[in-house]
Ligand binder design. Sequence first.
Ligand code: FES
Ligand SMILES: [Fe+2]
Length: 457
Amino acid sequence: MLEKVRAPGRSASASDLYDWDELVQEDRVHRLIYTDPAIFHAEMTLIFGAVWVYLGHESQIAKNDDFITTRLGLRPIILLRDSQGVIRALFNRCTHRGTTLCRKDKGTARTFTCPYHGWSYLNSGKLRAVPWPDGYACDFKDAKYNVAQVPRVDSYRGFIFGTLNLDAPPLLDYLGGITKPIDEWLDRQPGGKIAVCEANRLKYKGNWKLAYDNSGDGYHVVFSHRSLLEMENRQADVANKGMSYYRSSPDTAPMYMAYMGNGHHFKDKRPAIEKRAGGLWAVEGPAPGTEHYQEELRRRYGARAEEILDLASSEPVNINVFPNFSLLGNHIQVFDPVAVDETDVTWYGTAVVDEEGVLGGAVDEINALRMRTMEQFPNFGEVDDLANFEEIQRGLGCLEDEWVYMHRGLGIPGRVKTDANGVIMAPATDEAFMREYIKEWKRLMKAEPNIAIKREP
Ligand code: FES
Ligand SMILES: [Fe+2]
């Protein structure tokens, strides 16, 4: 059963809030898009309600009755595989007085019982029982008492997305060209599969778009991450370790940025990686404290160890799916807005799933090494970025200095190119992807999504 919802927070229409063309111009955006609570409030419906938003991975709810708790914008969600195997995104909200039903990160449950007055629900969302029902004159079989859920939930190769917008295109059309780098990233793994591991949870006092602005920013790396670059190279027994390709003339390095439409973009640093014997592992690994894995794998597998170790290396790509999902290195990064000036950033490790045994038993060592890569960029680099986001938010407190510029590469003849498929290509250090995604953001802020929720009949 679908219930149409008049977009909340749109007393009149978001188009009445501001002149969006004035706030988002070709080369700059107004500080208000990062600082105004009314804009943030509208975004929770017009962006996070209207497009496909990443919710979780199928491996996190591998068996019937498995669940995780997650978010869709500000809406707490229980993402689960119900007792019949159907993947659902239930609003984590009791239909009685609104309490969250589940306060755990993950688990297995056929039913959810509200901690407040004990109403209980099946994991299909249907109301199962109410304590002392004689105190009610109503018919609890009425579908309005069943838990609300996201009406459209779909996955792409294990990645689960949901949207409240009945008019949103099918997920595959929404993802469009960004499926190509996602496929390449997955197809590197045995069987083309991964499982999501534990999370590294971070938070910053800044607007969620600051993270998305930065997700393909190749301009800041040598400055913001200087200590990481220096540390990686101090540890290296070979020159130019890690992200060294950013150090001199990154504008003309063979990496690139590709804007794929619908706000999605891809920074491909693979062409900038030196081709060395031993592949990516020779460029990246090992980090201190992981040498023994390398030695053990070499001892056990001889020449084959190089190909096995390559799977423990971080693939040099940033694959960004608007508005909240990135695949980078061998991690998944998810951005969850909390308030206009607060965002949760979660990094998930990923493990290879060697169903066919092509790794000859090395799967545990490889997955241990993959988790240890959390100690590299996610721990040492991400904090640099979060510090920048917090300092931007503080800087934007200067009310009278209104504009934020994103015009790197704009107006230089031949610099930004559009290929036959409409993919916009630019140097990895340009802000072309930012200008493109924010145009899409502006289009969405002017649009009228067809928002609905679903309840079991
Ligand atoms: S709020 Fe859930 S049972 Fe009352
Ligand atoms: Fe960064």
